[in-house]
Design a protein around this ligand. Structure first.
Ligand SMILES: *[C@@H]1O[C@H](CO)[C@@H](O)[C@H](O)[C@H]1NC(C)=O
Ligand SMILES: *[C@@H]1O[C@H](CO)[C@@H](O)[C@H](O)[C@H]1NC(C)=O
Ligand SMILES: *[C@@H]1O[C@H](CO)[C@@H](O)[C@H](O)[C@H]1NC(C)=O
Ligand SMILES: *[C@@H]1O[C@H](CO)[C@@H](O)[C@H](O)[C@H]1NC(C)=O
Ligand SMILES: *[C@@H]1O[C@H](CO)[C@@H](O)[C@H](O)[C@H]1NC(C)=O
Length: 896
């Protein structure tokens, strides 16, 4: 017995020892060694493309421009115990390469997206029967992948090395054959039916429904399109066009049609083997893509490369684009702890991968007249004498009581080749808390374009998205969270143009006042998840979302926050107080789910958010088509407005589309009522003291394991601290802001201790640096705010002070942050002696409050530089004891 165990252990350790696929962050290459001697390229020492690819981070490790349309990377297929695993960003550390492809997303879960427009290099025996050739699982690596910013290399076991880099809308790939191969032919396989599959959830998987490859007579180029349906965002399809060139002529080409698709597409070639014959040691190829046409794909390729195949030049250019557009925004940086420096650069880099810039000709609305022009309708319906600023009790065609009237804005012109359009919103539910706030600081101009494209989408499709990819909206997890980024963009003066503001306000107005049409979603059939607010009926008639709808608790909390943001916008737009106050009133609707008697097993406090029964007539649509067939399948046995019995606030069941709360428990959602924390504190029996106790119970820094076990806590984060008793999941968005909430009770020292714990213990460096899905950079941007020392309150212009870790940071010469006494003695990586704040100065004045306003930090209208100074100490001094608490609720509306 014992011998067998030792033997098994030996085998297991051999397997781990044999894991030589660990990718290598190539700090010094021909490209970087040359650049690193020059001023301003220090980031190359720290930006690790493999950061956050493991531990569920799923970050995209390939090459792209900031927010680039082309994200080029390897698509790997891997199986454990014969079960294929999903490759969310194409990349997997283990497994087989199927192709290098140009389109990817970063940090996602659910079901993989893109992995289309690719090539695969092969060495084949000259007598290979190509008709029956199949890639099988793919080709294994010979050595681990190596990469630095702008450059990636894969070495295959078939003796071919692949190097690639990206340009704006195209990519250049260099193949090198390492071996003398006498009888073999060098072949490039282009398989247009490849895309990233979901093996875990086949019903949710992307499918190539139509594609074509055409070979040009020059024997050096090919072109075509690929249409992909289904997948993460929507069951609809999108089309991408491509145009590719080789730097050598191929000798032969064998076209190929996939047997399953042959009948439907008899005239189409679906794949091609480009045979370059023997004795080829090097081949360079470049591929352009477009969402408009094949011609545009060719133009995009020419715009990026002209006639050249300059691989080396492009690597340098890509690095310089990142330098100019991203890293140069940091005009001064001094950090002694190299781990903090690595986190800083990787979090900044990871916050520039998504959403995807498809402005101008790549926009689905390019030169398309808007047949959905809501404005014309609105205008003809009202005569000008009618006051716009009254609450309308009018029941509109949708049966929804509306607040005020749809804002009247000037007609929108037809989008031209410069009109901003961003895609791949994955999702605003994930990114509103930290990613967009980071971009508001680092990229105000690009942020403006991103936010404006939400209005554009709303004007064409009726609603702004929450989730979107391939030009298709879908996957609204909770509220209409575009409202939050729009409101914040107003408050932070990211968007100042009056017409733009009007269009954005109109997009949010529609979210809050218009029932979105029903679209079937097998994940939750009761209401639409495509866009808008699927449970708006309950919201306006009951003042909460009832269990008639899925995710009723999440939706109630988020609609509250969304309406608060409408109150901000309404006030900024100069609407009548009646309108603003109505949104403000609704923004407190979360309280209607407050069950003051609900208990948590093992804990001595009570009162939690609890799902509530509704009219039991809505929801649960039976139809699988788009026509709405509400069925009264409920037996009316519950009193409308009664709480769900036996609800455990620590357990959200599957915590998914069909559950009461989405990816988080009732406890977590309670701490995400961002705009109304003072009220939350006031309804707790034990007030501020109890609030503090409840916050302590959220994190593994303070919580008690025996106690947590009794609560029945199920869905939670796997901590690296060795303890697992906190109710918060730092790896997922609903808990993102909770660690900062001690500021609301004048106990900022505890915020500092908590954020220090999370950033140093739960976040790290390297492939396992991120504790869960990066979510398009949501996690990285959370970390970035954790390092710089303040954290945004969503939808507002307020920041809560945390614990800064960077000695000196200047952002765009707008804000200089100086931190004193972080560690007066000696530095050891990842440990700072002084995590607590002694005092804070803003432009030489001591400030007592533990919060800051965007406008006093970032002055976009004038050239002036603001200076924020933190003086650190080793023990809690209660520096904010005489606190002026962070403003909440209506105070936020009237802030100067
Ligand atoms: C770097 O340059 C050397 C010498 O010119 C060359 O042998 C090597 O392949 C180059 N490496 C890369 C990554 O380009
Ligand atoms: C092309 O891709 C499809 C989809 O993955 C696959 O079924 C087919 O076998 C591939 N063709 C070749 C030649 O490998
Ligand atoms: C490779 O080159 C050698 C020498 O020029 C020639 O004899 C041979 O036929 C070539 N092989 C192929 C497959 O073209
Ligand atoms: C594109 O449209 C914008 C307004 O959306 C306008 O300001 C700009 O001049 C137009 N550019 C061209 C080239 O037509
Ligand atoms: C847009 O189109 C105008 C006129 O057709 C042209 O002059 C301009 O260069 C184009 N701009 C871009 C960014 O393509």
């Amino acid at each position: 017995m014992i011998k067998a165990l030792i033997f098994i252990n030996l085998i297991i350790s051999l397997i781990y020892a044999g894991d030589n696929n660990e990718p290598i962050f190539l700090k010094y290459s021909n490209f970087t060694s040359f650049l690193m001697n020059q001023h301003g390229y220090n980031f190359l020492n720290y930006v690790d493309p493999f950061y956050g690819t493991e531990r569920g981070g799923n970050r995209f490790p390939g090459v792209l421009y900031p927010f680039g349309m082309v994200k080029v990377g390897g698509d790997f297929r891997h199986a454990t115990n014969h079960i294929k695993t999903d490759s969310y960003a194409g990349y997997q550390k283990h497994g087989f390469l199927r192709q290098i492809s140009l389109l990817h997303v970063s940090g996602t879960g659910g079901s993989p997206t893109y992995g289309v427009v690719g090539q695969m290099p092969l060495l084949l025996e000259s007598n290979t029967d190509l008709k029956s050739y199949d890639l099988g699982m793919g080709i294994e690596r010979k050595k681990p992948d190596t990469s630095h910013l702008g450059y990636y290399k894969i070495q295959l076991s078939n003796s071919i090395d692949i190097e690639f880099t990206a340009a704006k809308k195209s990519s250049i790939i260099r193949y090198t054959v390492q071996e003398d191969y006498k009888n073999k032919h060098f072949v490039i396989l282009v398989n247009t039916t490849e895309c990233l599959n979901s093996f875990n959830r086949p019903w949710w998987s992307q499918k190539v429904v139509n594609s074509k490859i055409m070979i040009n007579e020059d024997q050096k180029s090919y072109k075509g399109f690929i249409e992909v349906a289904n997948g993460w965002a929507s069951t609809d399809s999108f089309i991408v066009y491509y145009y590719a060139e080789f730097d050598k002529m191929f000798k032969n080409v064998h076209s190929y049609s996939n047997k399953q698709m042959e009948d439907e597409n008899e005239f189409y070639n679906l794949a091609a083997f480009f045979d370059f014959g023997g004795n080829v040691t090097k081949l360079t190829t470049k591929i352009g893509v477009s969402y408009l046409s094949i011609e545009q794909a060719k133009i995009n390729l020419e715009n990026d490369f002209g006639k050249t195949f300059d691989f080396n030049g492009q690597v340098i250019k890509t690095i310089n684009i990142w330098k100019n557009e991203v890293f140069d925004k940091v005009t001064e940086l001094k950090v002694q702890d190299s781990i903090v420096l690595e986190k800083f650069y990787n979090s900044l880099y990871g916050s520039h991968l998504m959403p995807t810039d498809k402005s101008g000709v790549e926009s689905p609305f390019y030169l398309t007249p808007n047949s959905n022009n809501i404005l014309e309708l609105t205008k003809s319906n009202f005569d000008n004498k009618f006051s716009l600023n009254m609450i309308s009790d009018m029941i509109s065609a949708s049966g929804i009581r509306q607040v005020g009237f749809e804002p009247f804005c000037e007609r929108v012109k037809i989008p031209n080749n410069t009109t901003a359009y961003y895609d791949d919103w994955f999702t605003l539910w994930d990114t509103y808390r930290t990613l967009h706030p980071l971009l508001f600081i680092v990229q105000p101009q690009k942020s403006k374009d991103m936010i404006n494209s939400l209005a554009l989408i709303s004007e064409y499709e009726g609603f702004a998205p929450d989730g979107r990819s391939g030009g298709r909206s879908g996957r609204t997890q909770g509220g209409s969270n575009s409202d939050i980024v729009i409101s914040e963009a107003f408050r932070k003066n990211i968007v100042t143009d009056l017409l733009e503001r009007c269009r954005l306000y109109r997009a949010s107005w529609r979210n809050a006042n218009t029932l979105p049409p029903y679209f079937f979603d097998r994940s939750a059939k009761d209401s639409t998840n495509k866009f808008g607010r699927g449970a708006l009926e309950d919201w306006v008639s009951l003042d909460y979302v009832s269990t008639d709808f899925s995710r009723s608790l999440t939706r109630t909390v988020e609609y509250s926050n969304n309406d608060f943001c409408l109150a901000i916008m309404s006030s900024e737009m100069g609407e009548d107080n009646i309108v603003t106050n109505e949104y403000l009133r609704r923004s407190r609707n979360w309280i209607n789910l407050w069950d003051k008697n609900l208990e948590l097993n093992g804990y001595n406090y009570k009162g939690f958010l609890c799902p509530k029964h509704g009219l039991q007539t809505r929801g649960k649509y039976k139809s699988i088509k788009n026509d709405v067939e509400p069925e009264n399948i409920f037996k009316r046995k519950h009193k409308t407005g009664s709480f769900l019995k036996k609800y455990n606030p620590a357990d959200c069941g599957g915590c998914y589309w069909g559950d009461h709360s989405y990816e988080g428990t009732s406890i977590e959602y309670m701490f995400s009522i961002n705009h109304d924390i003072t009220k939350l504190i006031s309804i707790l029996d034990g007030g501020a003291k109890e609030f503090e106790q409840r916050l302590d119970d959220l994190y593994n820094l303070n919580c008690d394991e025996d106690q947590a076990r009794k609560s029945g806590l199920k869905y939670k984060f796997k901590s690296l601290s060795g303890k697992n008793c906190g109710f918060a999941d730092v790896a997922n968005e609903p808990s993102f802001g909770a660690g900062y909430l001690y500021n609301y009770i004048g106990n900022q020292d505890k915020t500092a201790a908590t954020i220090d714990f999370l950033t140093t213990v739960e976040f790290g460096v390297g492939t396992r640096g991120i504790p869960g899905n990066s979510d398009s950079g949501a996690m990285e941007s959370w970390l970035w705010f954790g390092l710089i020392g303040f954290y945004p309150v969503p939808g507002t212009d307020i920041y809560l002070i945390g614990t800064p870790q960077i000695e000196r940071l200047n952002i765009r010469n707008k804000l200089l942050i100086k931190v004193y006494n972080l560690d007066p003695d000696k530095y050891s990586n990842n440990v700072r002696k002084n995590i607590f704040i002694e005092k804070v100065k803003l432009n030489d004045n001591i400030i007592q409050r533990n919060w800051l306003k965007h406008g006093e930090l970032f002055d976009e209208l004038h050239g002036s530089l603001n200076i924020l100074e933190f003086f650190m100490t080793h023990e809690p001094l209660h520096w904010d004891a005489q606190y002026e608490p962070p403003p909440t609720f209506e105070e936020l509306l009237h802030l100067e």
